[in-house]
Design a protein around this ligand. Structure first.
Ligand SMILES: Nc1ncnc2c1ncn2[C@@H]1O[C@H](COP(=O)(O)OP(=O)(O)OP(=O)(O)O)[C@@H](O)[C@H]1O
Ligand SMILES: [Mg+2]
Length: 177
């Protein structure tokens, strides 16, 4: 399902080049559960952004079900992400003006899920992560760990084939994690 071939990602900052990934090859089959471990700054988030089709490599290929993400236009990439990928961001990336419930509904709105169905699903997911009594709180009215749980619920909203979770328990206590 996921195949990376000799992937490099070099960030450019003015005149400075910052190599984050150098010649990485990786294959992940359907149904596999993979943990990527490494020290801070070693390129884990960079790698996950590539697999999630949020970024494209400087060199090499990222293939999702045989589709080379670098060959897709931004609309195609958005569609691919919306259908295939759930992403729990290291920094959550919740929409600050929306309630927890609406944040979780958002990816389902883009997939044109009917209103009642997406409301029910968002509520169920938030209940599953222990936030049934925080549905109408905005991110600024939630704790860090609660925001993280909203981000997890949101990533699951469209039953993605690929679930990418970037340090998804970093803000949670052992039991919640
Ligand atoms: N947008 C960017 N522009 C320039 N350099 C960047 C950018 N994003 C990341 N980097 C650099 O690339 C390297 C890899 O960053 P990345 O965020 O992938 O690391 P990480 O393994 O996820 O670290 P952490 O465990 O701290 O989250 C780091 O040295 C970082 O400073
Ligand atoms: Mg990271």
């Amino acid at each position: 399902m996921i195949k990376l071939e000799n992937v490099s990602r070099i960030y450019q900052m003015g005149k400075t080049l910052v190599p984050a990934l150098r010649g990485l090859s990786l294959e992940i089959a359907d149904g596999e559960f993979v943990a990527i471990m490494g020290p801070s700054g070693s390129g884990k988030s960079t790698l996950m952004h590539l697999i999630g089709a949020l970024d494209t490599p400087t060199q090499g290929q990222v293939l999702l079900d045989g589709i080379d993400i670098a060959q897709q236009n931004s609309n195609q990439l958005a569609e691919l992400r919306g259908k295939k990928v759930g992403f729990v961001f290291q920094t959550f990336n919740l929409v600050p003006t929306l309630s927890a419930l609406k944040n979780v509904e958002l990816p389902m709105i883009f997939q044109k899920i009917p209103r009642k169905e997406r409301y029910e699903k968002a509520r169920r997911l938030l209940e599953q992560v222990g936030l049934g009594d925080r549905l109408h709180h905005k991110p600024s009215e939630l704790s860090g760990g609660e925001c993280q749980r909203v981000a997890i619920a949101r990533a699951l909203a469209n039953d993605p084939e690929i679930l990418l979770a970037d340090e998804p328990t970093g803000n949670l206590d052992a039991e919640s994690g």
